[in-house]
Design a protein around this ligand. Sequence first.
Ligand SMILES: Cc1ncc(COP(=O)(O)O)c(C=O)c1O
Length: 399
Amino acid sequence: MQGEKIKELESRYVMQTYGRLPVVFVSGKGSCLTDVDGRRYLDFVSGLAVNALGHCHPAITAAIAEQAGRLVHTSNIYYTEPQVLVAEKLSSMSGLERVFFCNSGAEANEAAIKLARKRASVVLGEGRYEIITAFKSFHGRTMATLTATGQSKYQDGFQPLLEGFRHAVFNDLSSFISQAGDRTCAVMLEPVQGEGGIYAADAEFLQGLRRFCDDNSLLLIFDEVQSGLGRTGRNFAWQHYDVKPDIMTLAKALGGGLPIGAMLADEKAAGAFSPGDHASTFGGNPVACAAAIAFLRVLEEEDILGNVCRMSAYLQDGLLGLSRDLPDFVEGFRGVGLMLALELKVPSARAVVAESLKMGLLLNAIGDTTIRFLPPLNVTAAEIDEALDILKTAIQGHN
Ligand SMILES: Cc1ncc(COP(=O)(O)O)c(C=O)c1O
C-alpha cells in the first residue's frame, strides 16, 4: 500500500490520540528502519526504548518464530515454561524474589500500586493507601498511573483523578518527607526520569529515601519501565546507586519489541498478594516470554552493558563537541548510559527532530527545548558519528 493511502486510512479510522511524524515504516534491521518508499533511517528512538537490540535481532526473531509455531497462548490458569524461565532470570538479576507479568509499563505500575496498598492493608492496618510520587514523573496512562504521574498536562480533562497520591519534588528528600503522613504506604519514582526530560536522581536523595522508607515501614517502588534492562549501562538504574527497591516495574525493552511488562517484588511485599488478588489474561504470554528470554540472554552474553558504557561515553563526547561548536544553540546535555538528552537554548527541538527525519535520522523531542536520544543498546560508533553529523546540520539549519 502507498504511504499516502496508509496516512489517509489512519486519519479516517484510527482514534486520533497520536501526533505522528510523516513517515510510514515497513521494515527494520539493526539500528535502521526502512520506509514505504525504500528510504533508510538511522533509529535513535528505538521505539521509545523498546527495540533495545535494534530491529529484528536474529536471536529474538528466531525465538518468536519458534514459540509461535509451538504454543501462542494458554491462560494463567495453567503453567507454561517460558514464563517461569523469565521470572527465574529476572529474579536472579535483581534479587527481587517474585514476578508478576502483564503487558505494558502502565499495567506493571498498576500492579505495583495494588501490591503496595494490599501489603499496607495487611501489614500496617486500615487507611494506609497513599503513595508519594515525583513531579515531572511519568508512570502511564491508566487512571491510577495517570494520577501517579506528576505532570498536569497528562491529567487535564480526565478529572476526577484517583484518591491516594501525593506529589513531591524530585531530588528533594525534605519535599518527600513533608508529603508523608499517617496514610502513606509507599514512595514510587523513576531513578532516571524519562518522559519528564531525562533527569537522573542524586545518590544522596535515593539513599535518603531508602532510609526514610525503612524507618517508616514504607515500600520503595522504582519504575524502571524506561531506565531498566541495560539502558543506563547497568541491568537496573538503581544499581548505580546501590539502593535496592522493594518493588520494581519493567516493560519496554523486556520483550525485544513484543508487549510484556513485569512487576517484581521482594518476598515480604509479594506475600501480601493471594491468588485472585491480581491477574492479566495475556500477562506472561508464551511468545512474549520467549522473546524476553532471548533478549535477556543477549543482554548478558554479548556484553551489551559494556557497549552501553562505551557508546554512552562516545555519544557524550560528541554532544560535548556539538555544545562547543554551536554555543549559541546548545545549552548542554544530561542523562545516563544511552538515555541522554540535549538541551537547546531556543525552542526548536521539534523543528530539529523534523529536519533530522528528512535527513534520515530518528530523534525524539520532549517539549520545546529537549531532544532525547534512546539508540539501540548495541549501537556502533560509526552510527553515532552519522547521527551527530545529521543532528549538527539540522540544528544549524533550524536556528
Ligand atoms: C517510566 C515509565 N513508566 C511507565 C510508562 C508507561 O508505559 P506503557 O506506555 O507501556 O504503559 C512509561 C512509558 O513511556 C515510562 O517511561
